[in-house]
Design a protein around this ligand. Structure first.
Ligand code: G6P
Length: 477
């Protein structure tokens, strides 16, 4: 039987990962993401339900509870995983929304799968949402859900949040289904973005492509409803990370990591999902050139790069993995010494404790995406540096650079500029790094993920029961 709720969270993934035990039994492990940490208290307070895909192809998963959270799995067939998830979501929308860093592919069958799966999610919501419930839909995989829901259940208060950038009109316009996507999002009462630029792109596109009246952050629909588009920059569980970083186990592990690396003078660190938007290749190249140029020495500096396996069946991701393998092999072959590689490369995912230990062990954190909605790794690093030590090199094209102004900001397309920034961060006197880190820590600790969730949900709670039908557009807009 499906549970029922006043608060429904809808995301492509459930907040748990499946663990298959050696004895053939199955259990669920809470995934480490910040989203579930943020929503956990609100979910509990409101007896909330989370609807999402469990990651496999089972069709018979019943709704279940995990540690007091009520979860409703949405099944996907292997053809749907191909068309909806690997295809439309991650080989069409993902590259378009990230500045076309890779070439997007357009396939009508993928679109059809996207529509089918979005409808399935919407139907699940209909089954669990109580009269007048609040529904919060997440991310680019589910952009049609708000409108589908609005048609099926006009009583609901619907919010949508996009975790990735919303592209400029010129790029979005490439999408053969641009109008349907905009209309899909307009089913929501409140559409949230990471940055105000994304919200402005959306409003402009709605005016240009759908022809609705708009004024500032409001869209006026022909049926009288209004839709608000605004920025809600996401954050992390900052206090939780700091607490973890302060724990004895993590401190010990950080020392162990430095020992295992041969006690270098400085440790550079990159931690990313293995994704072409993250700029991994360019950053490793910049570091290796510094060694070639004689500015850095493998006796003194090492670069630890963690790349978490991701979307491994999508071609662009496979190509990138091979490229990184080749590049790391070449750099270490050319520049490493026995027991001292220039780059220590790990293709693996780690629990929060290990991440915190890596952050504690690193002197220079290098976050250089070509485009990133926010980048939580940058904020996690800052949260873990309670000693005010450590330097952050951060791309201007990560949303986080808006708040973390005291980082060494770089243009990841400019390899020489990156080399200079890496070196400056490496050589910066402790006084300078701690001045910068202190300022960044203030920002990160003040605005955590709970504040983010609260801001979005209170924005949604302000939506009047008539969905803004009394709000009249100004004459000249
Ligand atoms: C990004 C997206 C999320 C997604 C995550 C992991 O952060 O914004 O929606 O869940 O990457 O990607 P995956 O494809 O494994 O869900």
């Amino acid at each position: 039987m499906s549970p029922s709720a006043q608060l429904v969270i809808v995301a492509n993934r459930l907040p748990v990962d499946r663990v298959d035990e050696p004895d053939g039994s199955r259990r669920w492990r809470r995934s480490p993401g910040g989203l579930v940490t943020a929503l956990d208290p609100v979910m509990r307070a409101n007896d909330g339900v989370w609807i999402g895909w469990a990651g496999g192809t089972e069709t018979d998963l019943e709704p279940f509870e995990d540690d007091g959270l009520s979860l409703v799995p949405v099944p996907l067939s292997s053809e749907e995983i191909e068309g909806f998830y690997e295809g439309m979501s991650n080989a069409t929308l993902w590259p378009i929304y990230h500045d076309v860093v890779a070439k997007p592919e357009f396939h009508r069958e993928w679109w059809d799968a996207y529509v089918t799966v979005n409808r399935r999610f919407a139907e699940k919501v209909v089954n669990v949402a109580e009269e007048g419930a609040t529904v919060w839909v997440h991310d680019y995989q589910l952009q049609l859900v708000p409108q589908m829901l609005r048609e099926l259940r006009p009583d609901l208060r619907i919010g949508f949040y996009l975790h990735i950038p919303f592209p400029p009109a010129e790029l979005f316009a490439q999408l053969p289904w641009r109008r349907q996507l905009l209309e899909g999002l307009l089913g929501a009462d409140l559409v949230g973005f990471q940055m105000s630029g994304g919200a402005a792109n959306f409003v402009r596109l709605v005016r240009q492509r759908v022809g609705h009246k708009t004024h500032r952050d409001l869209v006026y629909l022909p049926d009288g409803r209004t839709v608000r588009a605004a920025a809600f920059p996401i954050s992390i569980d900052a206090a939780g990370f700091e607490e973890l970083a302060r724990s004895e186990g993590v401190e010990e592990r950080a020392t162990e990591i430095r020992e295992a690396l041969g006690e270098p003078r400085k440790v550079f660190l990159g931690i990313d999902r293995l994704d072409y938007t993250k700029g991994i290749i360019a950053r490793l190249r910049a570091f290796s050139e510094l060694i070639q140029d004689g500015e850095l020495d493998v006796d003194e500096a090492v670069f630890v790069q963690v790349a978490t396996p991701s979307r491994e069946r999508v071609e662009q991701y496979r190509i990138l993995r091979d490229e990184i393998d080749r590049l790391v092999g070449r750099i270490n072959g050319d520049l490493g010494k026995i027991g001292q590689p220039a780059i220590s490369y790990l293709h693996s995912s780690y629990p929060r404790e290990e991440m915190a230990a890596l952050y504690r062990a690193a002197d220079v954190m290098v976050v250089t995406p070509y485009r990133d909605g926010m980048n939580l790794v940058a904020k996690e690093y800052v949260a873990c540096r309670y000693d005010d030590a450590g330097a952050l090199v951060l791309s201007e094209f990560a949303g986080a650079s808006d708040e973390l102004r005291q980082a060494w900001l770089v243009n990841p397309y400019d390899i020489n500029g990156m080399k200079t920034a890496l070196l400056d961060a490496y050589r910066a006197p402790a006084k300078e790094t701690s001045r910068r880190m202190r300022a960044m820590r203030k920002t990160v600790l003040r605005k955590d993920v709970t504040a983010w969730a609260r801001a979005f949900l209170s924005g949604l709670a302000e939506v009047p029961p008539d969905h803004g039908k009394q709000v009249k557009p100004p004459r000249a807009s």
